[in-house]
Design a protein around this ligand. Structure first.
Ligand SMILES: Cc1cc2nc3c(=O)[nH]c(=O)nc-3n(C[C@H](O)[C@H](O)[C@H](O)COP(=O)(O)O)c2cc1C
Length: 185
């Protein structure tokens, strides 16, 4: 199995997550030797250790970006991590090819159910209209390969009290799909 790095962009995985926490715990059981980069515990102050993060990225063959969708984006912490780590001369630019050939997998959750992401409905967007185009463009610029995405909707923090068992089960199934995707790379 390729060296897999899961970058977790959730802002409080320990105290305010069910879905992402379960996905990561399940992936740790399913993928031997997987490395988890917990941005919330490493950088609660958003001060990214750029050299450390670049070293982790360079060592990885498969990079999984794991996050909950917040306002149709990645959480701000993950955006900050990307802004700081993917810089000219490292990931792109004339001599910036350190990420070339690495495979990127997106793994994310939303509170709204999957079927609500339709242009004709209230959100006005398909899931492929958000985040994915920007990550594909980033992959093209940095010479990485966009290897696909796994998305699970209907796991809102607002439903945790009533539906936590269903959320955990959906999250476990999500992790199985991520592991299968990675296994096929
Ligand atoms: C600040 C904030 C913004 C959110 N924005 C969205 C959104 O744009 N679309 C959506 O479907 N869910 C949204 N949600 C719901 C989260 O995506 C959902 O609670 C999360 O995926 C559940 O994962 P967790 O249990 O790991 O926190 C938002 C939640 C928060 C806290």
């Amino acid at each position: 199995m390729n060296h897999v790095l899961i970058v977790s962009g959730h802002t409080d995985l320990a105290h305010d997550s069910v879905a992402n926490k379960t996905i990561i715990e399940t992936l740790q059981m399913l993928i031997p030797g997987v490395q988890v980069d917990r941005l919330d515990t490493l950088y609660p102050d958003y001060k990214i250790d750029v050299r450390a993060e670049q070293a982790k990225l360079q060592a990885a063959e498969v990079i999984v970006l794991q996050f909950p969708v917040f306002w149709y984006h990645m959480p701000s912490l993950m955006e900050r991590w990307m802004e700081c780590s993917f810089v000219h001369g490292f990931s792109h630019g004339a001599s910036g090819d350190k990420l070339k050939g690495k495979k990127v997998v997106l793994s994310f959750t939303t509170g709204a159910p999957e079927q609500s992401y339709q242009r004709s409905l209230s959100s006005g967007v398909e899931i492929e209209d958000i985040i994915i185009p920007a990550v594909k463009a980033m992959c093209r610029l940095t010479q990485m390969d966009f290897a696909g995405y796994v998305f699970t909707g209907g796991v809102s923090y607002g439903d945790r009290q009533e539906h936590s068992e269903q959320i955990i089960e959906k999250a476990r199934q999500h992790a199985q799909r991520v592991a299968k995707l990675i296994g096929g790379l």
